[in-house]
Design a protein around this ligand. Structure first.
Ligand code: ADP
Ligand code: GLC
Length: 486
């Protein structure tokens, strides 16, 4: 099966969050299931610089008013088709934001162009390459299903994966005339949304199948509380919406070989984590203490419940804990953590910005990874934490609910607990969960057992890659060899 994946970010070339990890890991995971996946990405400088043996497979004199080329080639071991349109993508920094931190004003055009080109590939733009399915990630690829639905007849099928309902790509209705869609696409069964244009709504409405990244989030987004206005559209098509849990790349995230760690280790040599903890304490200006070291690796946003952590820091420090925070995001949240670090020198540390290597060292050295999200489509940090023997402390929502087993009395006595969950996402409930975690940490033997259990948790892509392969097959009428355990 030939599948074209369309994404605005892909690890290791360009990453702002979990979407990049997923887009980067899927092709290899799917190859084992007999799927050939190429990925269409914008030609950002970071990607253009890494392309080797690129060949021009199509050119456009007027792609939404700019000149563009489509280049097929390899970068960082990934099979890419790159939309080289310098007027749209040859810009510094983040895929979505300008240097001042604001959305690029022409984002509607940058991602409409990407999506239009994907649909053209589906319709046979390049003779030698005919994807059977286009797998669209998030709002940036949300117009693909609309272009396929309203464009020239083609047999290509579309899957829309929602990684986060909070980002919808909503624009004013005035852009519609420039989208290269027929007038009747500006309607409820097309791209129209409350008089404007919504890229994510278009994708959910027009795709042959909609997935999100965990079973719990798939159920949550059908409700008013989590659907962010799109629950009605999802509820109109219940049999073609599903949750497929993310996995992680077991090679990129392997404590036994990870070059970012001071000391590599496995479940059997978990005591070696100590050297990483010491290095981590140094990196964050923390005292060398044997007390529990809590950590955060996250976008600092309301979604991630960072304010709930800030509200609990004084209590944590009073109880003998340390906290290391790596992240960037909302200024108010950064300032709240920075103020706590100033109040508690040697106990609380903040590193702002994006630092891939440091994120690995944190997983390999911290005792507890905090993910107190208000909503979490899947969440990858808790999966990395499990693999690294760092105990996840998570809110009971979305993918966090599906991947961490709470250390309640029953789970502890059945030897299945892998972390701590709490609900609802409030300051008080988090405080209780922190106290519970501190008590668990004090029991060294059972803590170690829980770490080892987490390290053996199933966090690979295998089952979910199989699920995606089955989905593609069902859409194009293929029968897969039944060599799996399902
Ligand atoms: P989301 O995609 O919502 O931000 P995920 O948990 O799915 O959340 O993925 C976050 C990814 O981004 C993980 O790979 C995490 O390690 C990484 N990450 C987040 N913030 C930083 C940071 N400041 N530095 C390095 N990596 C980060
Ligand atoms: C989004 C979600 C996160 C998920 C990631 C990858 O960024 O916020 O929960 O893990 O996408 O699917």
């Amino acid at each position: 099966m030939e599948v074209l994946s369309v994404t605005a970010e892909i690890y290791p070339l360009i990453k702002t969050g979990g979407l990049a990890d997923v887009a980067g890991a899927l092709p290899a995971a799917l190859a084992e299931q007999g799927v050939t996946m190429r990925t269409l990405v914008p030609g950002y400088p970071a990607i253009m610089a890494k392309m080797t043996d690129g060949r021009v497979v199509a050119s456009f004199d007027d792609l939404f008013g700019v000149k563009a080329k489509l280049i097929a080639g390899q970068a960082a071991g990934l099979d890419l088709i790159v939309l080289d349109a310098p007027a749209l993508y040859d810009r510094p920094g983040n895929p979505y934001l300008g240097p001042e931190g604001w959305d690029w004003p022409d984002n509607w055009k940058r991602f409409a162009a990407l999506s239009w080109v994907a649909s053209e590939l589906g319709a046979g733009l390049v003779e030698a390459y005919r994807p059977q399915v286009i797998h669209c990630h998030d709002w940036q690829a949300g117009l693909v299903p609309a272009y396929v639905k309203f464009g020239p007849a083609s047999s290509v099928k579309t899957v829309m994966t929602v990684h986060n309902m909070a980002f919808q790509g909503n624009f004013g209705g005035e852009i519609f005339g420039q989208l290269r869609l027929p007038p009747h696409a500006f309607a409820v069964d097309g791209v129209e949304y409350y008089g404007g244009v919504s890229y994510l709504k278009a994708g959910i409405e027009c795709a042959d199948f909609v997935t999100t990244v965990s079973p719990s989030y798939a159920a949550e987004i059908r409700t008013h509380e989590f659907g962010m206005g799109l629950e009605g559209i999802l509820n109109n098509r219940p049999s073609t919406v599903d949750g497929v849990l993310n996995g992680i790349d077991l090679e990129a995230w392997n404590p036994a070989t990870d070059p970012a760690l001071t000391q590599n280790y496995s479940a059997n040599t978990i005591q070696y984590r100590k050297a990483n903890k010491t290095k981590l304490q140094e990196s964050f200006g923390l005292d060398k203490s044997d007390g529990p070291l809590f950590a955060v690796v996250s976008r600092l946003t309301w979604q991630k419940g960072i304010d709930l952590i800030a509200a609990n820091i004084d209590m944590m420090v009073a109880a003998g804990a340390q906290l290391a925070v790596l992240g960037s995001g909302e200024v108010g949240l950064e300032n709240a953590i920075r103020a706590a670090a100033q109040r508690h020198p040697g106990k609380v540390g903040l590193v702002t910005g994006y630092n891939e290597a440091l994120s690995h060292l944190i997983q390999g050295g911290a005792d507890v990874m905090m993910v107190p999200s208000r909503f979490e489509p899947c969440g990858l940090t808790q999966l990395y934490a499990l693999r690294y023997g760092c105990i996840p402390l998570v809110a009971r929502v979305g993918g966090l609910n599906d991947t961490v087993i709470d250390a309640n009395v029953a789970a502890l006595s059945a030897d299945v607990a892998t972390g701590v969950q709490f609900s609802p996402p409030s300051e008080g409930a988090l405080a209780n969960a922190i106290r519970r975690t501190l008590a668990l940490y004090a029991d060294e033997k059972s803590w170690k057992k829980m770490q080892k259990r987490g390290m053996k948790s199933e966090v690979s892509w295998q089952a979910s890659a199989r699920r995606y392969a089955q989905l593609y097959a069902s859409l194009i009428g293929y029968k897969l060899d039944d060599n799996s355990d399902d």
